[in-house]
Each structure stands twice: as structure tokens, then as C-alpha cells.
Design a binder for this molecule. Structure first.
Ligand code: CP3
Length: 344
């Protein structure tokens, strides 16, 4: 049996659509909350290979997704570059914000890979236990999205500081993007060397930018990373996720060299079938709030996505991650609908 996700990313026919869910491991699962309580600090938790292995596997035991996603976080990159990163209960990530070139001077690529060894160990362990139908997805944040947390110091903002810096001191901002392109490329190359079979680049804050800046700070860095990773691992499929990119999804799919494109729930599936599937495998896009709501509204949406997208190259997923208050039963129902899906 080959792995459906790999088949879909090669645009090959599949017996049913493959699926996995962003944030499939996490607080909506009681078994996650239990093991999460054994570590105070979230990054320490990510850097403990046996715990990362266990939480990576938890959703697969319940729902047999077609892929496992490495349990880690996009903010291990700033941490490994030497920026201070903390996760506070109920508050999300808090970083010591970088405001100028002096802050950039402090970032170091020297010991960066060594700091990420525990992640590579987790990948080796996960890879060793997955069956021959389940693919292992590695990931990183794309430069703009990681830079947003590095400069704002936290999430939940409008990105005023990063947008001002990128617009008014573009040369200096380019330096940060170059550091992140280099770090992310090296990090992803290593993930594949250790056993990741698919990569996803999360550009969760891509939707903040006007067209010319979208080209420079979203398309161009993602394109360089895809090129750099494929120079070493030419066959590894890469999924881009420029969330909330609107009509710019099309340019992203055309120009970055990604094999798959993750779409958020605001993208009409008929548009994605027409504009994106001819060039890229489409991944998405159930509204995570419909997954939270459950019931008929959720089932109608799942049905519609399957009907419109499963004629072309397609991976079922959400438009953004599973929300913590989601009932595990709703995820079970979606998994069942996909597994029973056939178009006849
Ligand atoms: O199951 C998976 O998808 C794999 C693990 C994963 C996590 N974060 C675990 C996590 C992945 C792929 C991510 C990506 C990530 N992290 C993104 C991109 C995707 C997106 O959601 O937009 C971003 C922006 C982050 C940064 C981040 N990490 C934030 C803003 C937060 C706080 C919000 C929250 O949900 O708590 C985190 C923490 C985090 N990352 C948790 C998990 C399971 C919760 C922490 C905890 O359990 O205490």
C-alpha cells in the first residue's frame, strides 16, 4: 500500500481523498492535556523526544489520519537562533521583541542546528514507528510569519511594528528575511534527512500584505526555501499555506514551486478547483468553527468540499487549526465521512 498523501501530491489517482488536520495533536484531546500537564514549559515539552513522539501519535490512534505531523512549533526557529521565547498559560507565545539592527546582530546561525537536535531525534522516533500507509509531515513557519512573532513579541496583534519596519526600512528587514530563509532551509533539509516525507510551510499571516509586499515578503522567501530544500532533496513534496491570501493564492501557487497549497476556509472551493488544482494539489478547507459546531452544518460543508475538490488532486484538511474546545467526536465524524467517501 502506498501513502495516499504522497500519491495526491504527485497528482496520482487515489482510492479516496487523503486527510490530516492542522493542529490534529493538541488541547482538544484529553490524552494530550494529560501529558502536557507533565511539563511546565511548552518548548521543553516540544524538545522532549519521547513526549513529542507520544503526542504526534495520539490523533492517529483515534482517527487513522493519512499523515502524522511532527509535534513541535514554528517558534523553535527564533528560539534556536538565540531569541528568548516563552509560552504563557492562556496567553500564547511571548518573545523578547526585536526592534532594530542591533537585535538582528544578536541572532546566530552558529549553534542553531545543534539546538534543534531534539526535534531531529523526535522525527527519527516517529519515522521508525509509522506504518506503511501513514506519511510523516515535517514543517516550519515561513519567514514573514515567524518574523511577525519575532518583531511583535506575541500573537494577536495587527502586525503594526513588522509592517512599519518592512515598509520603511526594507533593506534592514530583508536582512532578517535572509537569516530566516537560510535557517528554515537548513532546518527543513535536516527534517527530510531524518525521515520527514512531506513538508509544510505555515505562512499564517500572509494575508496582511498588499500585492507588491506579498510578492517580496511572502512569495519570494517561500520560493527560495522550496528551491533550497529541493536542491538537496529533489523529490520531497512541499505544501505552502499562505493563509488568507485571497486571489494571491494563484500567484503563490504559480511562482513558489510548491507541490501543494493549503487554502483557508474563505476560499470558494469552486474557485480553487478551477484556478489552483490545474497547477497544485489543493489542501483544505473546512472552517475550523464548523468543526467546532459539528452537526448538520459541519456535515454539509464536508460533503461540499469533497464533492467539488475530490475530482482533482486534493488532500482534505481544515482552513486553519483545530480549536481547543472542539469535541473529539466531531473529528471522528469527519474522519468517518472521508473514509466512506466514494463518488459513485
Ligand atoms: O498537530 C500539529 O499541527 C503539530 C503541532 C503544531 C503546533 N503549532 C503545536 C502547538 C504546529 C504545526 C504549530 C504551528 C504553529 N505555531 C503556527 C502556524 C499554524 C497556525 O496555527 O497559524 C503558529 C502561528 C504557531 C505559534 C503558536 N504556538 C501560537 C500562536 C500558540 C498559542 C496559541 C495556542 O493555540 O495555544 C502556540 C502554542 C501551541 N503550538 C500549542 C500547540 C499544541 C498549545 C500549547 C499548549 O499545549 O500549551
Amino acid at each position: 500500500m502506498t501513502k495516499r498523501i504522497l500519491q495526491a501530491l504527485k497528482r496520482e489517482a487515489v482510492d479516496r481523498p487523503p486527510f490530516w488536520l492542522m493542529r490534529q495533536a493538541g488541547r482538544y484531546l484529553p490524552e494530550y492535556r494529560e501529558i502536557r500537564a507533565t511539563a511546565e514549559n511548552f518548548l521543553d515539552f516540544c524538545y522532549t523526544p519521547e513526549k513529542a513522539l507520544e503526542v504526534t501519535l495520539q490523533p492517529l490512534r483515534r482517527y487513522q489520519m493519512d499523515a502524522a505531523i511532527l509535534f513541535s512549533d514554528i517558534l523553535v526557529i527564533p528560539d534556536a537562533l538565540g531569541q528568548s521565547v516563552a509560552f504563557r498559560q492562556g496567553e500564547g507565545p511571548v518573545l523578547e521583541a526585536i526592534t532594530d539592527d542591533v537585535g538582528l546582530d544578536r541572532l546566530s546561525l552558529e549553534t542553531f542546528e545543534a539546538a534543534l537536535e531534539p526535534v531531529f531525534e523526535a522525527i527519527r522516533r516517529i519515522s521508525a514507528v509509522l506504518d506503511d500507509e501513514t506519511a510523516l509531515i515535517g514543517f516550519a513557519g515561513a519567514p514573514w510569519t515567524v518574523a511577525l512573532y519575532m518583531i511583535e513579541g506575541r500573537g494577536g496583534t495587527e502586525g503594526t511594528n513588522i509592517r512599519t519596519w518592512a515598509a520603511t526600512r526594507a533593506e534592514s528587514f530583508q536582512r532578517l528575511m535572509d537569516i530566516l530563509v537560510e535557517a528554515t532551509t537548513r532546518y527543513l533539509v535536516r527534517q527530510v534527512s531524518e525521515g520527514a516525507e512531506v513538508l509544510q510551510l505555515f505562512d499564517s499571516w500572509a494575508g496582511l500584505l498588499p500585492e507588491d509586499q506579498f510578492q517580496r515578503w511572502i512569495i519570494e522567501p517561500n520560493r527560495r526555501i522550496v528551491e533550497g530544500v529541493k536542491a538537496i532533496h529533489p523529490d520531497v513534496p512541499i505544501i505552502g499555506f499562505p493563509r488568507n491570501a485571497g486571489v494571491m493564492y494563484r500567484a503563490f501557487a504559480d511562482q513558489t514551486g510548491v507541490d501543494g497549497i493549503g487554502i483557508d476556509h474563505t476560499v470558494p472551493v469552486s474557485w480553487a478547483a478551477k484556478e489552483l488544482q490545474p497547477i497544485c494539489t489543493v489542501q483544505g478547507n473546512l472552517d475550523n468553527h464548523l468543526l467546532l459546531a459539528g452537526g448538520e452544518a459541519m456535515e454539509r460543508a464536508v460533503q461540499n468540499i469533497l464533492e467539488v475538490l475530490s475530482d482533482g488532486p486534493f488532500i482534505f484538511n481544515l482552513g486553519h487549526g483545530v480549536l481547543p474546545p472542539t469535541s473529539p467526536d466531531h473529528v471522528g465524524r469527519v474522519a468517518e465521512m472521508i473514509r466512506n467517501w466514494n463518488q459513485s
